[in-house]
Write a protein that binds this ligand. Structure first.
Ligand code: RNT
Ligand code: ZN
Length: 417
């Protein structure tokens, strides 16, 4: 892309936006301070590095068999850095417990300690990447259908111990990076078929969470994530949205909104202003559900745009942590990171460029034609020229210029795996 063309197009865009009361320089600054938390699990189809690793379980599934998945920690780190080099801005990395640096040792989930994440902490420092974290209740012989809600005390205690240890790890990460580490708790617990002990399971989950969160931590924050159902656990989900929304509101925890986790007619963005009146902050898992929680690569679809617009309209940009959560094994995985991250960023950019003050004023005056007109016209405003300028300023490829970069990486790195 000709840098001069980008500069010229940006100059025109800047004027067009100024005419509707938007300062694009201010928006570019806001976008620079907008950090995604890139999920580590797109690089290897949610396998992780446990020596004793089993098949992916817990009601989630990665489909596709595209060659070149990362097979070990070095390959995964390399892939993440490649993706980051093609995404403007600075972004965090969201790790799962099963991506520890286990050095060939069998470390069971109830034995994990911060030392297995020391090399990640150093890698994060070296690469200007802050870390977030997740406990891992799936893909383990003790996962079954119930983990933290298991009536068997032995199994329940095992997962309580695991999750407590994960909080210690997150705390160590937060301390080392001098910025809180967000730790998400999602467990798959549920029932495949008709079941009658729902109150029992939910009170056990509540009790387990109370035990896990009993100790205050200084350098980490807890978020909790519900869903509608998992594969093989279709009939009942212990950690439903009602359960976690109530738990988060009562215990002042961060609620996770995974855009793949709702009924198809529900609009995830609509939850922002509802729950932010009761919970301190939100964690996002931006995903793209195709007919189910399929975790396709994030694109600029209506739900993603609406979610980011609702956050900006609510004035809540800094009460939200912006995680991504998809795992597509059917295409170049580094490319998948780049597309999803850039698309999420573009949705945030468009949200910031919306003439919301004018729209809000019209709406409060009951002038609905004007609101709708501005909403529609905003779609055709030259926001793409602003994103291109953002890429130039961040020294990353403009437009589709990242395609040949990924093709080269595929030919010289991932295809050789
Ligand atoms: C599963 C949840 C959960 C996982 C990751 C791997 O439905 O979305 O967040 O995708 O933790
Ligand atoms: Zn999720």
């Amino acid at each position: 892309m000709n840098a001069q063309n980008v500069a010229q197009a940006y100059a025109v865009a800047k004027e067009r936006y100024a005419a509707i009361g938007i300062d694009t320089e201010k928006v570019l600054e806001q976008l620079q301070n907008f950090h995604l938390s890139m999920h580590c699990w797109q690089a290897d189809d949610v396998k992780g590095f446990e020596v004793q690793a089993g098949a992916l379980s817990g009601g989630i599934q990665s489909t596709g068999n595209y060659p070149g998945a990362a097979r070990n920690i070095d390959e995964l780190r390399k892939d993440i850095l490649k993706a980051k080099s093609l995404i403007p801005g600075t972004h965090r990395l969201n790790l799962h417990e099963l991506y520890g640096d286990f050095q060939g040792k069998v470390v069971d989930r109830d034995e994990v300690t911060p030392e297995y994440f020391q090399s990640w902490i150093e890698w994060g420092k070296e690469n200007n990447t802050k870390l977030d974290f997740n406990s891992s209740s799936f893909s383990h012989p003790k996962s079954g259908n119930l983990s933290l809600a298991n009536p068997d005390k032995g199994i329940r205690d095992f997962w309580i111990e695991h999750t407590k240890r994960c909080r210690d790890i997150a705390d160590a990460m937060g301390k080392a990076q001098e910025d809180p580490c967000l730790m998400n708790v999602w467990v798959h617990d549920g029932c495949k078929d008709v079941s009658v002990n729902h109150m029992l399971y939910r009170s056990l989950l509540k009790d387990s969470l109370d035990k896990i969160f009993a100790e205050d931590k200084k350098y980490m924050k807890d978020s909790i994530e519900g869903k509608v159902f998992g594969i093989g656990l279709e009939s009942f989900t212990v950690g439903s949205h009602d359960f976690y929304t109530a738990y988060a509101a009562k215990n002042n925890k961060i609620l996770t909104i995974d855009t793949g986790h709702y009924h198809p007619a529900e609009i995830p963005g609509d939850k922002v202003s509802a729950v932010l009146n009761f919970v301190p902050e939100l964690m996002l898992h931006v995903s793209r559900p195709i007919r189910w929680d399929s975790d396709h690569v994030t694109i600029m679809d209506d739900n993603t745009q609406d979610l980011f617009s609702e956050i900006v309209r609510a004035g809540a940009m800094d009460r939200v942590h912006y995680g991504l959560d998809y795992f597509d094994g059917a295409m170049n995985r580094v490319g998948a990171y780049v597309i999803g991250s850039r698309s999420a960023q573009k949705c945030m950019l468009r949200a910031l460029l919306e003439p919301r003050e004018a729209m809000s004023k019209y709406e409060l005056e009951d002038r609905h034609f004007e609101v709708l007109a501005l909403y529609e016209e905003a779609k055709a405003m030259p926001w793409g020229a602003v994103y291109d300028e953002f890429c130039v300023r961040n020294n990353v490829p403009v437009g589709d210029e990242f395609i040949p970069e990924i093709q080269k990486y595929e030919a010289t790195v991932t295809n050789l795996r």
